[in-house]
Design a protein around this ligand. Structure first.
Ligand SMILES: [Zn+2]
Length: 158
């Protein structure tokens, strides 16, 4: 154990294994909205497993291109599913993802989003095939301009 306690949570420990796994990008601008969406939009308690890397599920589409990245992700999901009894996987991508922007092939934003949607579908197809008993959902988060108001964030089912 470390020497000095620097903080004690007010929350009691809950040792129950989460049955939902959320996979998203790490981008902190979107995280509060993702948490709100999970709670308010999907009715999922904050007690979920959470896997986040830049670009979200993208490594799951790299089995041919970069198998090392694919396997890193695959092994960890398989371990979670086996250890936690995962029943539901929620995958969320977001608009203007810098991971995709840096790796984009064409200059048009629409192409970027189309690629993200394609990757969500491809990753979900792999998960459904690999874990047939798990419910897999995919969503895309984007900004919505509202006249005279600050932009809002909406989530669309993919
Ligand atoms: Zn991102």
């Amino acid at each position: 154990m470390a020497d000095t306690v620097v903080f004690q949570s007010a929350e009691p420990w809950d040792g129950e294994r989460p049955q939902t796994l959320v996979i998203s990008c790490v981008d902190g601008r979107w995280r509060p909205f993702i948490q709100e969406f999970l709670a308010q939009g999907l009715g999922i308690s904050p007690h979920t497993d959470f896997m986040a890397v830049p670009g979200g599920v993208e490594p799951l589409t790299l089995v041919d291109l970069i198998p090392k990245d694919f396997n890193f992700f695959r092994r960890r999901i398989e371990s979670l599913v086996a250890g936690h009894g995962t029943r539901r996987i929620v995958c969320i991508a977001h608009q203007d993802c810098s991971w995709y922007a840096e790796r984009k092939i064409g200059p048009i934003r629409l192409d970027l989003q189309a690629r993200q949607l394609g990757d969500l579908r491809r990753a979900a197809a792999w998960m459904r095939e690999t874990f047939p008993s798990i419910r897999v959902e995919t969503y895309f988060a984007r900004r919505l301009a509202v006249a005279g108001e600050p932009e809002k964030v909406v989530f669309e089912a993919v």
